[in-house]
Every structure is written in structure tokens, then in C-alpha cells.
Design a protein around this ligand. Structure first.
Ligand code: HEM
Length: 403
């Protein structure tokens, strides 16, 4: 995401005391410490909800209570637009993520059966075998580019299993995913258009089919008494693919980076795999990655803040877990922290349906990697590279270990 150098004029309903200049896609310091760069928004003097003139001008809610409340209030805060600047939002709804109830529920119900605990359990052997093969292949090299060589392969393997794709599709998908994580010449819109084209071909060929995979199920679903439209079916299937891509690859990147730079935590986890459950929750609290937004539906007074219909409110999910009013010493990673819900996977109607799957991917990574490569660190002389965006993510994370 390009840095926003343009300062949008402050609208009349925004008082000067609530203005703070903050570029969500390029916060100072984020290239090396993404979460630290956002955690500064909890410093004294910065309002809990403020207006920034960057990226078209928008509100940012920085505290867990407001983030949770806004996620759960679709009548005042709609999912119709999720990104800033507003022009970056897709023209056609991405189903179900940019729909509000009751429309939202009709499309969410189509994918829900594929995310139940038993359904995810069936995917576990695919994920585990893939992880083991990847790690066994990398281990003799003594080094790897973690996201490109490992993290981004897991979500692709899962999607392929979920929708029953042939092995020959792995490479084209991998190339598309790599482009999403490491954007080159093509814009995100162009990349998503290629992705829709790819998914569209599968939807078309599975219309009228009898398979039990997600694409066949969605492509032959009935909405309001009629066969789902081709465009809507593509939208739902593409979202399942996109939803689990850079979110998972980024989260694994932040966890791997933490373990590479915190040997005591790494040794403890390698020695006591029974801590892994607690560690997964703690990592998701400390290193949540996504930055979704909402659009205000009507003029409102929200906890003393005057918001106008059409204003965007961004909800950095990780600011909930980093809120010192909710979590003691929030920047520290403590495997014995008492479990408490936070907004890493959103809250309310849109709460991530992929959360059980995401946790399984993190578990498999921790179990299989630490069993095979218990000692690793950042590769000497190589800088890490983090890109802020709708999901903060590593584009460069070189790890090394004794081979
Ligand atoms: C660590 C990994 C993940 C994180 C942090 C994450 C985060 C989120 C968040 C915050 C939302 C809510 C967005 C909003 O309310 O605007 C969401 C929704 C969604 N996620 Fe995830 N996600 C992850 C993994 C996955 C996976 C693995 C999949 C599927 C394979 C997935 C599919 C979806 C879908 C389809 C939605 C839209 C749900 C709806 O609109 O009802 N996510 N995710």
C-alpha cells in the first residue's frame, strides 16, 4: 500500500482536539516494529478515538471497548466499506464480508459448514503433512526466507484441500498469493481480478456438479429461492481463499520473528509442547494483524464524538490486545496470561469463521517446526522487512539455524 502523502482537509464536524496525523499504512517505526508503531496510539494525549487526515481522512478507534462495540453495532457502523481511502473498496460486494445483516447471514451460512471443528479436523493431515514436507526440505539448507518458503504455502494447501483442487493448480495459486503478499507492478485490484478469474473457472465447471467440496456447494446453493448467481458464487469462494492467505502468512511471520529473537520463550515452548495452546492465544493477542473498517450509517454522537454518515472508522484489531486498560503489561508475551477475548478475529456477526483453522495452522507450525528446528535466529546481516496495510505483513524474514 503506497504511503499517503496527501492531507485531506479536516471536515467541519471534526474538532481540532480530535485530530492526530497518523498514516495507517506507513506509521513511523512500523518497518521494524509494526505493533510497537501502533501501540504508541495509547500514549497520553492521543484521544481514544481520533481523526487522521491521511488516506482520505477517517477515524481510528484505539481502545478495546470501542473496537468491540463498533464491530457489534451494524446499525450505526456498516460493513459496506472496509478500507481507506474509500476508493479502494471494491465496487461489487465481497460476500459475506461487505454485507450487513440480514443479507450477510444468507451468504455466511453457505461457508459455515466447512469451518466446523469436525470439518477442520479432517483437514489436519493435509496441513501437517505439508508442514513436515516443507520443513524437512528446508532444514538441510540451514536458512530460509520464512514467509515465501514456508508460511504462504500452508493456506494454499488448505484451500486446495477444502475445494478439492489438483496438484497442478498449486503453482499458479502460489504465484497469485506471492503477488498479493509482495505486490509488484500490478495493482491489488488487478491481482484480485486474476484471482476471481481463476476461481470463476472452477465455479463454472462445478455448476450442476455433485461433489462435496466448498466450491461445488456454493456454486449450487439457493439464495432467496433462486440458484445463486455466478458472480455471487465467485465472490463467496474467492473470499474464502483471500481471507485465509496473508492473515495466516503474516501471523506466522510475526510468531517466527518473535521466537527467533526471544530464545528463552523459544526454548520453553520447544521443551514444553503442552504450553502451545496458551502460546497460540497469547501470540494472537500480541500479534494480531488486520485493520478492517466500518462506515458510519447516520449522523451520530458516539461517546461524545460527533460522527457523520459516510465517515470511515478504522479498527486495528491488534490495538485491543495491546490496550493496557484491558491487558497488564500488554507488550510482553506471557504464556501463563489468563485467557481473555480480544478482537484479533473481529467480534459480532463477521467474527472470522476461519479462526479454528487459523489456530490449527499456528499449532502445526509450532509443533512441527520446533520439533525439527528448535534453535533458530534471524539470519546475520539480513534486515527484516514489514509492510503495513490492511494486514501488516513481513515481506522479508530470513531465518538461519545450525545445519
Ligand atoms: C490468523 C489468521 C486470521 C485472522 C487474524 C483473521 C481475521 C479476521 C477478521 C478480523 C475478520 C473480521 C473482519 C471484519 O469484521 O470486518 C475476519 C473475517 C473473515 N475471515 Fe478471517 N482471519 C484469519 C484467518 C482466516 C482463515 C484461515 C480463513 C479461511 C480460510 C478466513 C476467512 C474469513 C472470512 C470468510 C471472513 C468474513 C466473515 C464474514 O464476513 O462473516 N480467515 N477474519
Amino acid at each position: 500500500m503506497a504511503m499517503s502523502t496527501v492531507l485531506t482537509p479536516i471536515p467541519g464536524h471534526v474538532p481540532e482536539a480530535l485530530v492526530f496525523d497518523f498514516d495507517l499504512y506507513n506509521p513511523p517505526g512500523a518497518a521494524t516494529d509494526y505493533h510497537g508503531a501502533f501501540a504508541r496510539l495509547h500514549d497520553n494525549g492521543i484521544p481514544d478515538i481520533f481523526w487522521t487526515p491521511r488516506n482520505g481522512g477517517h477515524w481510528i478507534a484505539t481502545r478495546g471497548t470501542h473496537i468491540t462495540e463498533i464491530f457489534q453495532d451494524h446499525s450505526r457502523f456498516s460493513s459496506r466499506m472496509k478500507s481507506v481511502p474509500k476508493e479502494h473498496n471494491p465496487k461489487d460486494p465481497l460476500r459475506p464480508i461487505t454485507l450487513d445483516p440480514p443479507e450477510h447471514g444468507k451468504y455466511r451460512a453457505l461457508i459455515q459448514p466447512f469451518f466446523t471443528v469436525p470439518a477442520i479436523r479432517r483437514l489436519e493431515p493435509i496441513i501437517r503433512n505439508l508442514a513436515i514436507n516443507l520443513i524437512d526440505g528446508l532444514k538441510p539448507n540451514g536458512q530460509c526466507e520464512f514467509v515465501a518458503d514456508f508460511a504462504q504455502h500452508l493456506p494454499i494447501g488448505i484451500f486446495m484441500g477444502m475445494v478439492n483442487l489438483p496438484e497442478s493448480d498449486r503453482l499458479p495459486l502460489l504465484n497469485l498469493v506471492d503477488e498479493i503478499i509482495n505486490p509488484g507492478e500490478r495493482s491489488k485490484q488487478e491481482i484480485f481480478a486474476s484471482l476471481n478469474e481463476y476461481v470463476g473457472e472452477k465455479v463454472r465447471s462445478r455448476r450442476g456438479g455433485t461433489g462435496t467440496d466448498l466450491i461445488t456447494h456454493v456454486a449450487n446453493s439457493v439464495i432467496d429461492g433462486e440458484l445463486i448467481s455466478y458472480t455471487d458464487a465467485v465472490s463467496v469462494c474467492s473470499l474464502v481463499l483471500i481471507g485465509g492467505l496473508d492473515t495466516v502468512a503474516s501471523t506466522l511471520g510475526f510468531i517466527a520473528h518473535f521466537l527467533a529473537t526471544h530464545p528463552t520463550h523459544r526454548q520453553e515452548l520447544a521443551a514444553k509442547p503442552q504450553l502451545i495452546d496458551a502460546a497460540i492465544n497469547e501470540f494472537l493477542r500480541r500479534f494480531a494483524v488486520t485493520n478492517p473498517g466500518r462506515v458510519v450509517t447516520r449522523d451520530i454522537d458516539y461517546h461524545g464524538v460527533n460522527m457523520r454518515a459516510g465517515d470511515m472508522v478504522m479498527l486495528p484489531t491488534f490495538l485491543h490486545g495491546l490496550d493496557e486498560r484491558e491487558f497488564d503489561d500488554p507488550l510482553s508475551v506471557k504464556f501463563d496470561r489468563a485467557p481473555k477475548v480480544n478482537a484479533a478475529f473481529g467480534r459480532g456477526d463477521h467474527t472470522c469463521p476461519g479462526l479454528t483453522l487459523a489456530k490449527l495452522e499456528i499449532r502445526v507450525f509450532l509443533e512441527e517446526w520446533l520439533a525439527r528446528i528448535p534453535i533458530f535466529s534471524l539470519k546475520a546481516g539480513s534486515d527484516v522487512g514489514i509492510r503495513a496495510g490492511i494486514n501488516g505483513s513481513f515481506y522479508r524474514l530470513s531465518l538461519a539455524w545450525p545445519s
